[in-house]
Design a binder for this molecule. Structure first.
Ligand code: UDP
Length: 454
């Protein structure tokens, strides 16, 4: 009989989910010799996830099963929040995943689902497969998830400035979020994309805090940082441009796979970059008229208007020797690892945060949605690796003068020096966690051992 372990991972829609799932799958396959099957749930046949997989396919050591895209248009309306849409998308894809599992020749030894896939519980139970959640972000947000059912009972009214779905109890996303957090506590264990040293207090609390233990006694496995490896294409125009710049001179600006800004904010940001007179690479998307996550499910799609007419008049001409404006999508890991890049304006998505830290790059924290406000607080107040605007960018316009000032602060002030030192220490701590004998390395071994013996 084949004694190779077989593990399936279900990835929710969105590049911020697919990328770390692929890294996790590859790591389990190559370091632990496990057969990995990844179910990817996408929104349509030209989804960014599928395009991404086509380019990276040859380096992937796992089997990918594309779950055919499901049409959920009859289940949502123009007010349905992204969080709810993602829950519905995964819910509607479950019958397909169930038949995929039922028809497998090699029985599954474990099933891992990422954040929106927790609805799979009845299927895991039906087939009697050990089930784990992959929480693609940090331990701090995980602690909040685990405790949400208590907060729901104990706190009246709204929780402002925490995680988006928690903020409005009258919206469907609050109820989807509450269900999701309750499902979390029913799994056999939770893998999280952080490492002990980065969040030692929180990981300790998750394991031994009485209040948290009263909700669920669920083993926690901090196995991060999961970051894809650099794959430089020397013919890439952006890389060629970076090759010509001075060391650490370039500011990279990006709001993740789907973050969008208002027209006014794009104009202020453009002026801020121009006034700062620093080299930059800016990944731009057309302005949003609604939320800040409107491009999330179509992140490397085309800018259908094909123009940059939302940028200030003459901006591209005036800054042509200063910066590069890249529409929709850039090779972020390759850019952040390039020696010419020295700073990052980031929406603080957890993958971007990890990619910045592991490249030793200080940040200007510009949170937009999901748990990004929490991440920005952690980066500025706790870890000291970022600065942030005085106003919350989702509430007020960040003005050009402040943007110019933040870029200057990260250049050559005393504060910049201490931020650079802090991020350098974290970079080393991340490397240590992953090397043989390091905390995340050991934790992943322990996880595999537990699957083997379960
Ligand atoms: N990404 C990229 N190019 C882009 C925008 C995003 O490669 O132009 C990648 C980025 O490196 C990260 C992921 O997409 O791995 C985004 O995940 P994150 O958690 O930062 O934010 P989200 O997109 O989920 O809000």
């Amino acid at each position: 009989m084949d004694s190779t372990l077989h593990v399936a991972i279900v990835s929710s829609p969105g590049m911020g989910h697919l990328i770390p799932v692929l890294v996790l799958g590859n790591r389990l396959a190559t370091h632990h010799n496990i057969k990995i099957t990844i179910f990817t749930i996408t929104t349509n046949s030209s989804s960014p996830e599928i395009e991404f997989l086509k380019k990276f396919n040859e380096k992937i050591t796992v089997e990918i099963i594309h779950v055919p895209s499901v049409d959920i248009s009859h289940l949502i309306d123009s007010h349905t929040k992204l969080f709810t849409q993602l829950r519905i998308l995964v819910r509607e894809a479950l019958p397909e995943i169930r038949s995929g599992i039922a028809s497998m020749n090699h029985r599954l030894d474990a099933l891992i689902v990422d954040i929106f896939g927790t609805q799979i519980l009845p299927i895991a139970e039906e087939f009697n497969i050990p089930k784990y959640v992959f929480h693609p972000t940090n331990a701090w947000s995980l602690a909040l998830f685990m405790y949400q059912q208590v907060l729901d009972q104990e706190i009246e009214g709204e929780s402002d400035d925490v995680m988006d779905p928690m903020m409005d109890r009258s919206d469907q996303q609050y109820h989807e979020y509450l269900k999701l957090t309750m499902e979390y506590t029913c799994f056999d264990g939770i893998l999280t994309n952080t490492w002990e040293d980065l969040e030692s207090e929180t990981t300790k609390a998750l394991r031994s805090n009485e209040k948290l233990q009263s909700v669920s006694y669920c083993p926690i496995y901090p196995i991060g940082p999961l970051r894809r490896t650099v794959d430089i294409n020397e013919h890439d125009e952006v890389i060629q441009w970076l090759n010509k710049q001075n060391q650490k001179s370039v500011l990279y600006v990006s709001f993740g796979s789907g973050g969008t800004l208002s027209s006014e904010q794009i104009i202020e940001l453009a002026w801020g970059l121009e006034l700062s007179q620093q080299k930059f690479i800016w990944v731009v998307r057309p302005p949003s008229h609604g939320g800040t996550d409107s491009a999330y499910l179509n992140s490397n799609g085309n800018d259908t208007r094909g123009t940059f007419d939302y940028l200030p008049e003459g901006f591209l001409t005036r800054t042509k020797d200063m910066g590069l404006v890249v529409p929709m999508w850039a090779q972020q890991v390759e850019i952040l690892s390039h020696l010419s890049v020295g700073r990052f304006i980031s929406h603080c998505g957890w993958n971007s945060t990890i990619e910045s830290i592991t490249s030793g790059i200080p940040m200007i924290a510009w949170p937009l949605h999901a748990e990004q406000k929490m991440n920005s607080t952690m980066l500025t107040e706790e870890l000291g690796v970022a600065i942030r605007p005085r106003v919350l960018p989702t509430k007020k316009l960040v003005k050009r003068e402040e943007i110019q000032e933040m870029v200057r602060i990260l250049m050559d002030t005393k504060e910049a020096k201490s931020i650079r030192e802090n991020v350098k220490k974290l970079k080393i701590s991340a490397e240590n966690a992953l090397t043989k004998g390091g905390s995340s390395y050991n934790t992943l071994c322990e996880f595999v051992k537990n699957i083997r013996t379960s």
